[in-house]
Design a protein around this ligand. Structure first.
Ligand code: BTN
Length: 330
């Protein structure tokens, strides 16, 4: 983290509401006290507020409520210290922006955040509703240098880590719906869109797009989403701090990515998935193009495929497709 503003904010946050002197800040970042004053003014312009008292220094009065690059950088843990952060007010799609940056040779890992997307993309060519409602639209970019066959478990592993991170942060009961949805009581709170570019025997780069509904209210959704979508705010009854949630997720994703590279997911994924699997034991239908397979969901196999037990007892292993719950007769 080389950004001076983020270093200043980090130091002030560490003081937990106490004053930090201008000379202490100046020494920390290696600039003059006058220059510190100029940085404080710049931060005020971003939505921070500070009290400045002669002979005591500065203390934080208010933090920005909207997604803020400086605050996220200041809140990032050691696990994410290598992560470059790019935050936008508005962008077409954070996945598209990450692709553009990768194509230009940008160093990885990096993450692109936006307060709003004008062309947010979902799975299967769908749109992702991306209004400016205090939600998270984020894309992490990596160059993993691994064989393409190893990518099969990537999205599932990241999904389960995202799910655990959200549950511990917000004390809620979020689960995973194969392959890439996070749900609370049957309503979708987050979706993941992974896109990878392959060379013959190696993954060239991979982007992990996460849409997480943090502060949307029921009325914010278009009518077609009001029954099927939810947000952390709706589930907890409290507005959530988008910057703290975002920084915590970034830290968790970086740890999960390293575990993935180290192969730790191979022993951990199935057991963790079973704990959060919202489909297990449910009667489901899987649509794969024109084909439709119905049966009982039985978790995932070692390759991440969804196991569906047909009425005749045979097992179908689904590598891809869209799963819906079958309505049981009343
Ligand atoms: C899905 O459930 O269909 C996946 C949705 C993924 C949406 C996120 S929002 C941030 C990133 N940018 C995009 O355009 N899409 C992903």
């Amino acid at each position: 983290m080389t950004n001076i503003d983020a270093l200043i904010v980090r130091e002030l946050l560490a003081a937990e509401g106490d004053y930090v002197s201008g000379s202490q800040l100046a020494e920390l970042v290696g600039i003059s006290r006058v220059a510190i004053h100029a940085h404080m003014e710049k931060l005020r312009g971003q939505g921070f507020d500070f009290e400045a008292v002669r002979s005591k220094g500065y203390r934080v009065l208010k933090l920005p409520e909207q997604l803020n690059q400086t605050l996220i950088q200041a809140l990032l843990t050691q696990a994410a210290s290598d992560l470059a952060v790019n935050a936008f007010e508005q962008i077409d799609s954070t996945n598209s922006e990450a692709e553009r940056q990768l194509a230009m040779g940008e160093a990885t890992p990096f993450v692109v955040f936006a307060r709003q997307q004008t062309a947010g993309r979902g799975r299967l060519g769908r749109a992702w509703h991306s209004a400016e409602n205090g939600n998270l639209y984020a894309t992490f970019a990596f160059r993993p240098q691994i064989s393409p066959t190893r990518m099969a478990l990537f999205t599932l592993w990241m999904g389960i880590n995202l799910c655990q991170c959200i549950n511990s942060l917000c004390r809620i009961d979020c689960g995973v719906k194969w392959p890439n949805d996070l749900q609370i009581d049957g309503r979708k709170v987050a979706g993941i869109l992974t896109e990878a570019r392959m060379e013959t025997d190696q993954v060239r780069d991979v982007i992990l797009g996460i849409g997480l509904n943090i502060n949307s209210d029921r009325d914010d959704w278009p009518p077609e989403l009001q029954q099927s979508a939810t947000s952390l705010r709706q589930e907890t009854g409290q507005r959530q701090d988008v910057n703290r949630v975002t920084a915590a997720i970034a830290g968790r994703i970086m740890i999960a990515y390293q575990q993935f590279l180290d192969g730790e997911h191979r022993t951990l994924l199935k057991e963790r998935w079973a704990k959060y699997d919202t489909l297990y034991g449910q009667t489901v239908s899987l649509n794969q193009g024109d084909a439709r397979i119905s049966g009982t969901a039985k978790g995932i196999d070692n390759s991440g495929s969804l196991i569906i037990e047909r009425p005749d007892g045979s097992h179908f292993q689904a590598r891809a497709g869209e799963v819906t719950l079958e309505k049981r007769p009343v």
